[in-house]
Design a protein around this ligand. Sequence first.
Ligand code: ANZ
Length: 816
Amino acid sequence: ETTYDIEATETKWQRVWEELQPFRADDDSPREKRYALTMFPYPSGDLHMGHAEVFALHDVVARYWWQRGYEVLNPMGFDSFGLPAENAAIRNDEHPDTYTRANIARSIESCKRYAASFDWSRTFNTSDPGYYRWTQWLFLELYERGLAYRKNSPVNWCPQDQTVLANEQVVGGMCERCGAEVTKKELTQWYFKITDYAQELLDSLDELETTWPDRVVTAQRNWIGRSEGAHVDFAVEGREEPVTVYTTRPDTLFGATFMVVAADAALASELVTEEQRPALEDYLVEVRKETEINRLATDRAKTGVFLGVHATNPLTGTRIPVYAADYVLADYGTGAIMAVPGQDQRDWEFAEAFDLPVVRTVQPPEGWEGEAFTGDGPAINSANDEIDLSGMGVAEAKTTTIAYLERKGLGRGTVNFRLRDWLVSRQRFWGPPIPIIHCPVDGEVPVPADQLPVTLPDLRGADLKPKGTSPLGGATDWVQVECPTCGGPATRDTDTMDTFVDSSWYMFRYCSPHDDTQAFDSDKVNAWMPCNLYVGGVEHAVLHLLYGRFMTKVLNDMGLVDFREPWAAQLNQGFVINQGKKMSKSLGNGVNLGEQLAAFGVDSVRLTLVFAGPPEDDIDWANMSPDGSLRFLQRAWRLSGDVTSAPGVDVTTGDLALRRTTARTVHDAAELVETYRFNVMVARVMELVNATRKAIDSGCGPADPAVREATEAVAILLSLVAPYTAEEMWERLGHQPTVVRVGWPEVDEALLVEDSVTAVVQVRGKVKARLEVAPDISDADLEAAALADAGVQRAIDGATVRKVVVRAPKLVNIVV
Ligand code: ANZ
């Protein structure tokens, strides 16, 4: 025999697993618990190559934990509410409910065939009333705590999807979903007060830094965008209240020669003189057409309108003109700035365009020929009778100015965040209705808890296409209700919640998915969570991950969970691309998962994806050879037919060389999985297969117990990656099914003492490589080996190596 029948084997084992349910997580198990979570998909089609990759990688860890003796929670569900699913349904001219249900059924079948070790007994969809009832409950809990509120404000509007978007869903000025250019609209919308948690969301990133990918931590830090500065009050003629500006450079106050208010802020139309009002109105028409990205671009010609009023610079006493312009945003800081053209390039350009004075307050370096100077340097032109900053550096001048302003009651030091409150309402059909009733007498009235869920009206046959207001508004019977407070006529809120609300708490629900008395069982959640590993795409670096962190902190404050971060560790996979490019319909370079599975079998595809390289790297399918993977799997499988010793044979008498190889492989494989170097782990299994083949053909022979030991180890290690082959091997070796939870092979430590030790190589204080070296290696040889390592080279990335500290044979520390 050279191979097994792929299709028959897949069917056979699916049946066995269905019967044995080896991956059902037991809440009451005495084993130590592990929670392996991978991002649940939008059911906008069947599984594709991207899912195949992430599920294969994720499964290595989940299956490894089972083999190591943990009780593993590895659930899967579907993010079936929201824009992605709704848009796909509309494209297919189907009701979203029918459409998503069909896709979910198909996807579950595909996942099972793909042998992903999910516990299907815990699955749910976010569009199930049994789930969204609790999403609505959560909304009301936030409402009660003042964390959900409605306000009128300029918001992001997607003209294509005809709905508002959260700031996080606007990527580079475009709608995160459909790519349309986002505009601004003035609307009353629902918000979650995530800004209350801005500082903590930032601070706890410090703890996640070691276990989360750098790029995610950095993206979140930048998004939260903390800056320190001051609020400064400017007296404005004809106005009692001063106008407060936010500045990060209070040290430059002496150089503030004019003031700018966001053209679309209420303040602008409040300040403007009657004479200048028509000019402002004309200008506003232009401003409303612009995207935020354009407004903030530094290379854009500056435009604006004089408002006809003057303010007073509090330090110089100078009268300075007040302008409205679009480069100041209405919803950042106070929506008004003090303009310092000497130190700020955008202010410089505005001053040039409007012929306004420039006063430098920081001495530029000698020979400086640039315009605004934004660097550090001694303060100049910065003294009056009471305060003298001359010669101070920026930092000292800042604190001195703030102290002075505070003493004088003219301003105060402050912290500002870029993070805005999370806009959660959408003018779309397919989401949980916002559980609020609007009553002419009582105002906003929460739907009483015992009336949840507020289920969506069916609206089958109705036009669900986006049209700028929620389609729910058309369901008159549904909209008109009695006010829960006064019993009078009232109306339901017709907006629905964004998909990201659904997914901000789903990880809790898996711990008690069938509980219909509460959103989740706190004891169970505390027993399973925080998730030990979260595997998913980097596209969620800000959006979903920030919202889930926020919700966890809220739930902790409510006393419902005993931790404040939901995901202890995280791994991002790369993309599967083809011929160097992202797969897309227009390029015609898509790879169909079903066809790959039919041609090479599930195991080969999984093995190919895991073996391709480090998990974070993109995989170019054009460079892969699933047929090569298939040949390897057949080679491994053939070993199991050649073993002639019986199960349970005493392996201690086996061939020592092969036993050493097996022990070393099993030992290293554990560490390789734990550090996410799955591809290297596979390479090591390949070596073990080769060594075993050699032992059978030209070494100790097939009857030697070491051959059985090695082949059993291969089967167990392969069960993390190629479950069908592993089961076949295990059965042919004379064991009962199933191999998936037989336990990690025991390693006799004595067999490990030998020819090599692991040297750790650090770059910038972070471990970048582990090298197997001889225990007596010299410092010079170890340094050379470390510098030659590809991973180390990548980490150095062309930077100058300043120092190399070598402690042979264990450590190399590279300072760049
Ligand atoms: C005077 C000044 C002088 C400023 C200088 C900068 C440099 P970050 O760091 O992002 O918080 N600013 C304040 N509110 C603004 C708004 N609504 N729209 C556009 N710009 C705004 O940026 C804060 C700085 O951006 C503030 O400090 C303000 O300009 C500007 F040499 O004040 B600065």
